[in-house]
Design a protein around this ligand. Structure first.
Ligand code: EPU
Length: 417
């Protein structure tokens, strides 16, 4: 298993190209199952989760051709309708195969994802939505088995604006008979991206980016060509890296309109951030000021940037309180940051961080994707050597992170162990 070794204390200066968004790429691959025609995707990020989705689809005898940042997916027939435990276990987003399978093959058998490092993360709202569209759902031997005739449009009022839940239901409803209305839908840019993609395939979805989605089912969808949006969480992570190392980075491709809550928070913490040449210029000159934050569904402060902000606040001038309201257990990075000397106390859904002038490098362990990113950030800013094990978590969602950081001056090495 690879490790990352970081010698902290270098200012990061230069340019980083932001890659295609993981959480947009995954549903777009799945939505390609909604048509028998070929679908062409561009700006596909080189990530482990994308490799997993490729495995999942090829396992179902679907043709996936990848070359560089391009991919072609063609699901001529959908004879295999199963997402096995081995793949769902490594990537929860595998459950996104259910919506398209139900819509086109009228049947899906998907392993239940179970718990994960950031909480129990049930899929009950996905299943309730499928049932409302007319599917019959059985749970057997650890699998969800869903069967339906032609799905029928209906109104689904989500109690929580679940991101993948909204995406799964939107894909199912795209080929349903009649109109589906999803109330309290997720408004994340990745959900909008999926809706735009389905519309390019001939779908009829309106209300994207609002709480009410209206999906007029169509009989069939056709092939499409689509360029995946830049990853806003990758961008946010490198924004924090610029701040924590008192660096100066131009994040090429980062879209300010997707990052408003993060930009506002980091500017409150003392950073200068402005749009420049189709990207974002991010720097910090003075001290890191302490800020409070609460994670919320989009357009609120993203839970996927909570760990990174906490790493930054560990170096701030003063006390900050960060509350996690999206997931019930997303503080796995706290104990590792504390091993580096951070002063953090968790009380219920909040963490109280007393900033310190510096942390000291230490051996730490990555536990989930964003927690791992926070450890890399802490390592970049700490004194001495930080050794991060289990970095396969990082490779799930950050493309060549070590190379990108090295190119802007970080002392970071990947070693086989
Ligand atoms: N929830 C339920 N029942 C459901 C679905 C969700 O109770 O059926 C709860 C969850 O347990 C959680 C809350 O609703 O407490 C919100 O979860 P959501 O369903 O929105 O999360 P998700 O769709 O599983 C996506 C991203 C996550 C990101 C969250 C929140 C993808 C593939 N994943 O997960 O990304 O944190 O939305 O924005 O889009 C990551 O990239 O590191 C990552 C974890």
């Amino acid at each position: 298993m690879d490790k990352m070794i970081i010698q902290g204390g270098e200012r990061l200066i230069g340019e980083i190209q932001i890659g295609g968004a993981k959480n947009a790429a995954l549903p777009l691959f799945m939505a390609s199952l909604l048509t028998e025609e070929p679908v062409h995707l561009h700006n596909v990020p080189a990530l482990r989760d994308v490799d997993t989705v490729e495995k999942l689809l090829t396992n179902m005898d679907i043709t996936v051709k990848r070359g560089g940042r391009d991919a072609e997916v063609q699901a001529k027939a959908l004879d295999t309708i199963e997402a096995p435990y081995d793949l769902v276990r490594t990537m929860r987003a595998s459950v996104l195969v259910m919506g398209p399978l139900l819509a086109r093959a009228h049947e899906a058998k998907v392993s239940l994802p179970g718990g994960c490092a950031i909480g129990t993360r049930p899929i009950n709202l996905h299943l309730d939505g499928f049932a409302a569209l007319g599917a019959e759902i059985d749970l057997e031997h650890g699998y969800v088995h869903a069967r339906a005739g032609k799905l029928r449009g209906t109104t689904i009022d989500l109690p929580i604006p679940t991101v993948t839940g909204t995406e799964n239901l939107m894909m199912a409803a795209a080929l349903a008979e009649g109109v589906t209305v999803i109330e309290n839908a997720a408004r994340e840019p990745e959900v909008v991206e999926l809706g735009n993609f389905i519309n390019q395939m001939g779908g009829r979805i309106s209300g994207l980016g609002t709480k009410t989605l209206i999906i007029e089912g169509v009989n069939a969808l056709h092939g499409a060509e689509y360029t995946i949006m830049p990853d806003r969480v990758e961008a946010a992570t490198y924004m924090v890296a610029a701040g924590m190392t008192r660096g100066n980075l131009l994040l090429k491709g980062a879209r300010p309109e997707h990052l408003k809550a993060v930009i506002d928070k980091l500017m409150e913490a003392g950073m200068e951030i402005k749009a420049e040449n189709g990207g974002l210029r991010c720097l910090l000159i003075g001290p890191i000021k302490s800020v409070d934050a609460k994670t919320l569904p989009y357009p609120g402060f993203p839970t996927d940037v909570q760990a990174q902000l906490m790493a930054m606040m560990s170096f701030a001038n003063g006390l900050s309180v960060i509350s996690e309201s999206v997931f019930e257990n997303r503080f796995m990075h706290v104990s590792e940051l504390k091993r580096m000397g951070a002063d953090i106390q968790v009380e219920g859904h909040s963490a109280i961080i007393r900033g310190k002038e510096s942390l000291s490098g230490a051996p730490v362990m990555a536990t989930d994707l964003r927690a791992s990113a926070s450890l890399v950030l802490a390592g970049l800013a700490a004194h001495g050597t930080t050794e991060i094990s289990r970095i396969y978590h990082l490779d799930r969602g950050y493309e060549r992170m070590d190379e990108k950081l090295r190119a802007v001056g970080a002392k970071i090495e990947r070693v086989k162990s």
